[in-house]
Unconditional design. Structure first.
Length: 413
């Protein structure tokens, strides 16, 4: 049934929106004009919403982070503090369905306009969410949220730090909140999570989640001058700054690390989904030059199978254009999605949606968001890291446990 629905959606897509063929120049210019003016093309059909990482990996075992895979990053325009993207305005043309190439090439052009900034640390602040099914009397979706902040030292002699805090779990949607109340408004839940083993990658475990915020934790993240993981290899800030600023050069550099499998495990992965995953991480987490960010978006635009999903709302309530690619990213078939503001080049969020769920995600319906990470701010900053054990500037975040609307991102075919 799911396969038939996805096939029908694919066949219903207008010919010029097929991401596997180049977008003619006149079509692209027309779409850009429509996006900026808010006009709607009569033949474009807006997908019906259905329902809705990671940070630098630095080195395996450096950080015992709760959960995996999904964030967004934005280049700052100031040298004294990271730029907040919570105030980033919605993309124009809310009813317009742009092609994947149009969205990504527009973001590429916008990225080139970002001024180069100074600062002692590359600072990223975001919120992660991991979704699961819970409940005893009735079943409903809950999301376990956590905050993440990372200070990456520009100098190879400096130390880099992270500070994370679990914000607690709670109903994921308004519908889930109503079901939670019918369930007696519990403050803790038992859920199944992935616990892969050598002989069974789909093995699961049962854990207890609580609505109470958890204690701040963190520590140093660098190994000498190595501060980021790029395609499975530890790199320095200088190496990220030296990445090619043209699409062909950057693509060649990234593919030097491709070995037919994912970077986190030896699970087979085709080249284009691998490039999609690696390039997202570069855009999301790393202090690369504007030209490199532009080249990264161009790489995404040229990948086979990328889907334009239309304008959506991200987990923090911001508007953007969603792009997805189907692959076996985890348990079963999933769709990796990014939410972009093409007018500014900002990558707002990164999330994973179930298509044919299995293992620990067998509870999910196709189209259910499994995990997400959204960035509040990122950029070069002179602010000093918060080292765990010192007073935390975090505001009380228990209110973050209140239900937030799920991102209305349809699972593309």
């Amino acid at each position: 049934m799911t396969r038939d629905v996805l096939r029908n959606l694919t066949e219903a897509r207008p010919h010029h929106l097929d991401p596997s063929i180049p977008t003619p120049t006149d079509t692209r210019e027309k779409e850009l004009t429509m996006a900026m003016t808010g006009q709607r093309e009569e033949t474009a059909q807006t997908p019906r919403p259905t329902r809705r990482a990671r940070r630098p990996l630095w080195a395996v075992g450096l950080v015992a982070a709760a959960g995996v895979t999904a964030a967004a990053v934005v280049v700052s325009t100031t040298g004294t503090g990271a730029k907040s993207i919570d105030k980033a305005g919605p993309t124009a043309g809310s009813n317009v369905v742009l092609s994947a190439r149009t969205v990504l090439l527009s973001a590429a052009e916008s990225s080139l306009k970002t001024p180069v900034a100074g600062g002692a640390y590359w600072f990223v602040e975001g919120v992660n969410g991991f979704v699961n099914m819970a409940g005893t009397k009735v079943r409903y979706l809950i999301v376990d949220r956590s905050s993440h902040r990372q200070w990456t030292a520009r100098s190879p002699k400096g130390n880099s730090w992270f500070a994370d805090q679990g914000l607690g779990a709670g109903p994921f949607t308004a519908e889930g909140k109503a079901a939670w109340m019918k369930d007696g408004s519990p403050t803790s839940w038992k859920v199944t999570t992935s616990a892969p083993k050598a002989d069974n990658k789909n093995a699961v475990d049962v854990v207890t989640l609580s609505s109470a915020p958890r204690k701040l934790f963190g520590g140093q993240t660098n190994l000498g001058d190595k501060v980021f993981d790029l395609a499975g290899k530890n790199v320095t800030v200088a190496q990220t700054q030296a990445l090619p600023g043209d699409m062909a050069g950057l693509k060649k550099r990234l593919l030097q690390s491709y070995a037919g499998h994912s970077t986190e495990a030896n699970d087979p992965m085709a080249r284009d989904p691998w490039l999609f995953q690696i390039t997202i991480g570069l855009l999301r987490d790393m202090p690369v030059k504007p030209a490199t960010r532009s080249a990264a978006y161009k790489i995404l635009a040229g990948l086979k199978g990328v889907r334009a999903l239309g304008q959506v709302t991200d987990p923090l309530g911001r508007k953007g254009q969603a792009i997805g690619l189907n692959a076996n990213y985890g348990a079963g078939m999933e769709q990796r999605q990014i939410i972009v503001n093409p007018e500014t080049g900002l990558l707002l969020a990164d999330q994973t949606v179930a298509l044919r769920p299995a293992g620990a995600n067998a509870w999910a319906k196709p189209g259910t968001v499994l995990r997400w990470e959204a960035t509040r701010s990122a950029g070069w900053s002179d602010s000093q890291p918060v080292k765990v054990g010192s007073p935390s500037p975090l505001k009380k975040q228990a209110k973050a446990n209140a239900p937030e609307p799920a991102a209305t991102v349809p699972a593309g075919g």
